[in-house]
Design a protein around this ligand. Structure first.
Ligand code: SF4
Ligand code: SF4
Length: 336
């Protein structure tokens, strides 16, 4: 299998030309590396098709926070925009935000049911942006991304202090139900939606599996972004109900246990998406490649597991890449 077959293309840049519409597909890492992630003054579906909940329960249209706070879900308050908002940011930095539908002007605000252009070419000046997985988007046109807590059991040296700590209390079961109720009634409005849980480490909340069970029973699609530290048994159970994206932190994890966890997930035969993103600090690409090779040797990994690598950004300046040699950055981006 070539590295290209493992790249997860998730963002389609589309253009209307005299010969008809055309598109080019990217992974978020490729968009970042090529600096093609700027949609300032465009119209964006953040807030109508996407909701981002902070660890404190504040509701934003997206990770970028364009448009400000729309309520607090733990207090049962949520008032959302009814139309696409205008982007005020120079760079769209978060992978989830990049995948939201966007249009340069209203004329390119295509319906969510409209198929992507079939023709693929290099795009110079895109007119609209759509998620590449159009079938999945059609089935689940709305996404809730929820940073359930800052609480994490790791201390990765590149993690921004606002993202994780070892001390935040877990939200109680009752508070979480208040939040789920208001999100379902004010945002989902009866539409089966995609719920993405991240943190901190979301699986540390004692009620988390119960939340997953309730949302899955309601027909929602779940995606859990995790460091995988709760181990094989927990993730084998979770893999049967949710898509799982594990972040592989070379400086924090127990490598054998991580491999066992992924092996247990794969062994479930679950139809849900599974992926591993290897976070590569400068000077450690050799270890990253070694872990990638070990992951690929797990049974069914080549068919079922999406693996990519990410370069790291500076801890206190998340717009600035850490310092890599040219060859190391090229190697990482080859697997991005
Ligand atoms: S930064 Fe990205 S997600 Fe936020 S409004 Fe702009 S284009 Fe939309
Ligand atoms: S596992 Fe993730 S949230 Fe936790 S410290 Fe590392 S980067 Fe931060």
């Amino acid at each position: 299998m070539s590295s290209n077959e493992l790249i997860h293309h998730s963002v389609s840049l589309c253009q209307s030309t005299a010969e008809g519409s055309t598109r080019q597909d990217f992974s978020v890492e490729e968009l970042l590396a090529a600096r093609k992630n700027s949609w300032r003054d465009w119209l964006c579906s953040a807030g109508t098709e996407n909701l981002h909940i902070s660890p404190d329960g504040e509701a934003y249209a997206a990770t970028c926070r364009v448009g400000g706070v729309y309520g607090n879900v733990f207090q049962g308050r949520l008032e959302l925009p009814t139309q696409w908002i205008r982007c005020t940011k120079t760079w769209c930095m978060c992978g989830a935000d990049m995948q939201l539908r966007k249009a340069r002007i209203k004329a390119f605000q295509v319906r969510s049911t409209e198929p992507l252009p079939e023709r693929k070419t290099e795009i110079a000046e895109p007119d609209w942006v759509s998620p590449t997985q159009e079938e999945a988007h059609r089935r689940f046109p709305k996404t809730v991304t929820w940073d359930l807590s800052r609480r994490c059991n790791y201390s990765c040296s590149y993690c921004h202090p606002s993202v994780s700590n070892h001390t935040d209390a877990h939200w109680t079961r009752e508070k979480i139900w208040t939040a789920v109720d208001v999100i379902e009634s004010r945002f989902c409005r009866g539409v089966a939606s995609k719920w993405v849980f991240t943190g901190g480490e979301p699986t540390l909340n004692p009620s988390f599996m119960e939340v997953v069970d309730r949302l899955a029973a309601a027909g929602h699609l779940l995606h859990v972004q995790s460091n995988g530290s709760l181990g094989p048994d927990y993730f084998a159970r979770l893999a049967k109900k949710a898509c799982i994206g594990l972040s592989l932190h070379l400086e924090s994890l127990n490598r054998e246990r991580f491999l066992q966890t992924v092996e247990a997930m794969l062994a479930t035969g679950s139809p849900y998406w599974m992926g591993v993103r290897i976070m590569v600090p400068p000077g450690r690409s050799g270890e990253a490649v070694e872990m990638r090779d070990k992951l690929l040797r797990l049974p069914s990994a080549r068919e079922r597991l999406n693996i990519n690598m990410s370069p790291l950004y500076q801890r206190l300046n998340q717009d600035q890449l850490q310092e890599y040699s040219k060859s190391e950055l090229e190697l990482i981006l080859q697997f991005a």
